[in-house]
Design a protein around this ligand. Structure first.
Ligand code: PHE
Length: 358
């Protein structure tokens, strides 16, 4: 009998010492499992004399009960402790403000948005996309566009020049997207119908000018193209872009060395407080220059002006964005102010399409 009590004591202290559930379960198996010590004692009862069986049986049963009870108790305690540790370490502060997912927080800059809108409209009109480098040769930016050295237009463009090379040539930060006309005509055979959006640079800064801004160049070269086509394309573009039927456009006779005849186009708008509203003829904002490609330019790229003509235009993307979205100061576009971007920026998920609306 004292053996039985020692066994009980052994198990009870093993149970007390078990600091986690797996260890506790090991103790349970060694005591009450099929091959456990207490189960073995129970099985041994059969070999005893009948008169001893009852008393022994009761004693073993009592030990079994006490060990099982102790295991149950210990298990409950260990589980409660584990839960308390989780509650403490996995605490959430539900009073913290909810943070939006990146896709909801990010904004598309109005210039990127307008850039997409413009390319979408011209793609619909059948124009392909062309590109050129920001650092251009003097040749492509000026000479081949019929702006020879010493031509006053070079000064008008407030050019950022690079240092002269040993051979006397100088590279420039392109002052307009028109050099992409040259690159395209040198690489492709007519008919040509491209637009080329991109950054351009001029040493100039005030409310409507910044040293870096964005233009989109358009070029169409074919055997039968005239000013009527140019005007139609620009009108279609403006109606689609501003999403109104009554855009007021003003074609003013102008001069560019690379087009003849040339025109500048203004868009009519009115001011309401700090905002700009499209339409009417109260104020005008110049948005583009255009004209028929000058015969000298065609000759410079190896096209016969007796066979081919075409038209070109260059629009200010930033100016178009200002007008469409009523943003009065161009400089704010490049200030990198998050509050401005949150107010004027566009949702990442809002992609402009002709069908879905711009
Ligand atoms: N490149 C001219 C400018 O930046 C715009 C223009 C492009 C004019 C094409 C006529 C034709 O002012």
């Amino acid at each position: 009998m004292s053996e039985l009590l020692t066994l009980e004591q052994e198990f009870l202290s093993a149970i007390e010492a078990a600091n986690d559930l797996p260890t506790l379960d090991e103790v349970r198996v060694s005591a009450l499992g099929k091959k456990g010590k207490i189960s073995a004692l129970m099985q041994g009862l059969g070999k005893l004399a009948p008169e001893d069986r009852k008393t022994h049986g009761q004693a073993i049963n009592a030990v079994k009960q006490s060990v099982a009870g102790a295991i149950e108790e210990r298990k409950t305690r260990l589980e409660r402790d584990a839960l308390n540790i989780r509650l403490q370490t996995e605490r959430e502060d539900v009073t913290l403000p909810v943070r939006g997912a990146p896709v909801n927080q990010g904004r598309i800059h109005p210039i990127s948005q307008v850039w997409e809108e413009i390319t979408e409209i011209f793609a619909d009109l059948g124009f392909a996309m062309a590109e050129g480098p920001h650092i251009e040769t003097d040749e492509n930016n000026f000479t081949k566009l019929n702006i020879p050295a010493e031509h006053p237009a070079r000064q008008e463009h407030d050019t950022f020049y690079f240092n002269e090379k040993e051979d006397g040539s100088r590279r420039v930060l392109r002052t307009h997207t028109s050099p992409v006309q040259i690159r395209t005509m040198e690489q492709e055979k007519p008919p040509i119908r491209i637009i080329a959006p991109g950054r351009v640079y001029r040493c100039d800064s005030d409310q409507t000018h910044t040293p870096m801004f964005h233009q989109v160049e358009g070029l169409v070269i074919d055997k039968e193209t005239h000013m009527g086509h140019l005007k139609w394309v620009l009108e279609e573009f403006c109606k689609a872009f501003f999403e109104v039927d009554d855009v007021t456009m003003r074609f003013r006779a102008s001069h560019f060395p690379f087009t003849e005849p040339s025109a500048e186009v203004d868009i009519g708008y009115s001011k309401k407080g700090d905002e700009l509203l499209i339409g009417g003829d109260e104020n005008w904002l110049e948005i583009l220059g255009c004209g028929m490609v000058h015969p000298n330019v065609l000759t410079n790229v190896g096209l016969d002006p007796e066979v081919y003509q075409g038209f070109a235009f260059g629009m200010g993307i930033d100016r178009l964005a200002m007008l469409k979205y009523g943003m009065p100061d161009l400089r704010a576009f490049f200030a990198g102010d998050m509050r401005w971007l949150k107010h004027y920026g566009f949702s990442v998920l809002n992609t402009p399409t002709i069908a879905g609306g711009l």
